[in-house]
Structure formats: structure tokens, C-alpha cells
Design a binder for this molecule. Sequence first.
Ligand SMILES: C[S@@+](CC[C@H](N)C(=O)[O-])C[C@H]1O[C@@H](n2cnc3c(N)ncnc32)[C@H](O)[C@@H]1O
Length: 290
Amino acid sequence: MQLKQALTEAVARLTANNVPSPRMNAELLLMFTLGCDRAYLYAHTERDLTADETSRYQSTLSERARGVPAQYITGHQEFWGMDLIVTPAVLIPRPETEHVIETVLELADEERRVGQGCPSNIIRIIDVGTGSGCIALALARELPQAEIHAIDASTAALEIARVNAARHQLEGHIHFHEADLLTGFEENSFDFIVSNPPYVGESEVDEVQLEVRKFEPHSAVFAGPTGVEVIARLIPQARASLRPGGWLVMEISGTIAEDVKRLLRNWKDVVVRADLQSIPRVVQARNPVA
Ligand SMILES: C[S@@+](CC[C@H](N)C(=O)[O-])C[C@H]1O[C@@H](n2cnc3c(N)ncnc32)[C@H](O)[C@@H]1O
């Protein structure tokens, strides 16, 4: 079968199975099967697929048609310009999480300019719930002088985060820990506590995309009945672990923004930033013990 016919049939199959953006998915999976880029697909529309290529392409389409996210089929997702390995053990990094990185970089820059950084000038940062390692890796890349720690409660997620760190030559720069949030971490020691914690409530389960519910790790997405349960445990721990004047930066959603602001009522300089869709997405707050 020729490449263009394979693509046309794939688009029809994905459309029939209600897969969003069927052409984009059909092309992505064909690029993955052939190990080529989009330019190659467009330049070789009459190339015949081998029997092996056809069978591998059909099996990726079957997976996608039953709802498996394309990133779990290809094993890759881009974040902050880095190609990351993803498996069903980790949440697929989302573009909106890049706002967390932007916020930390802005605040770190401001601290440097006004001279409020830590006395040793080595910023200590911890990423709580690192998953694929996307936040820790992006910060390690942008802040080569910082001391970066990353924790997760999931052994399987930490394995993927370590693989990603090694792929980007950052393994010597990030200290990985298996832990329940900040339990057991030193008090008064971090300049930044950064997290994209689970923040969806079990009560919102029907509003969550079926693909997310079925295929992404439950413990990465859902926090408990209301969605603030993990954040409510993290905030007092963060207050103890931050140095005076240190920053907590967390990804949140519009649903929990008001609850999170209430939980941070005794902190300083609390600001909620919106994402490109004007949805409250990142909260920043300063440890008031200054
Ligand atoms: C929303 S995912 C974020 C993953 C990654 N940081 C990202 O932005 O794509 C939340 C992560 O927190 C981890 N997690 C959930 N509960 C935790 C806990 N009590 N202690 C440590 N990590 C936890 C999950 O395993 C998951 O990897």
C-alpha cells in the first residue's frame, strides 16, 4: 500500500473512533513507524510501505483508536524544548506547566537583582511530584548553578525521571528522592519549592477527558474528593522547609484557585497567574517568616 493511501485510511479509522485531530495523529504515528519527519511524508506520498511497516502502523493505530494517548505509543513528549521519554508510569507533561518554569525563572532573577538570594548564592530548589522529571530538568538546564532536588512517591516515575536526566546530561545535577511530599526533608533549607501536584477532585471525574482517566496514572491526576487534599498537606510542609523569604510555586486549576488562596492566607506576596486561556494556572507565595 502507498503511503498516501495508508494515511487516508488511517485518518478515516481514527475519525470513526472519535480520536481528536485525526490527521495530526495519523501523521505522527506514521512518522513514528517510519522513523521519519513530516517533510519526508509529504515528499514520498507514493512510496510503498513494506508488510512490516504496514503491520506496525496498524498496531499503533489500533492503540490510538482505543484511546491510548499518542505520547504513550511513541514514548516521547516535548517539554521546554527537550525531548522526554514518557510511559504510563508518568503524567504526560503539559505545555501549561511551562508557566511554572517561567515563574520560577522570573522570581529567581528578581531575587538576584535585589540581592535577596541565599547567602552562598547557590539556589536550592526542590520539585515535589517530579513525574517524568520535566520541571526539575527544565530548571536544571536554565539554572546550572542551582542545587536541584526532585521527589516522587512513585518508584516507577522516578526511574523515568532518572532516564530523562541521563538523556539530557543532567543526572549529576539533580538529586532524586523517593518520598511522601516533603516528609523527612530538612527544615528552613530551600529557596524554591516547586510543584505540579495532583489537583483534580474525584468529584470532577466526569469532567476529566476519558483518555486521561483511563491511561494516565490516577495518583498523578487525582488528589482526593475535592482536589486540594495534596496541596493542603504540602503547604504547611513547604512553609517549614523553605528558608525565610523563600518561594512556593505551584501549578493549580481554576476550580481550586480560591481554596488554594485561602490555604495561603498567612503567606506573603500571594499571586495567581493565568495561562494563555486565561485560566488560573500558577500560584506563587513567599514564606512569611522573614
Ligand atoms: C500532576 S503529576 C506532575 C508530574 C510532573 N511534575 C509534571 O508536571 O508533568 C503529580 C506527580 O506527583 C506524584 N505524587 C502524588 N502524590 C505524591 C506524594 N504524596 N508524594 C510525592 N509525590 C506524589 C505523582 O506520582 C506524580 O508523578
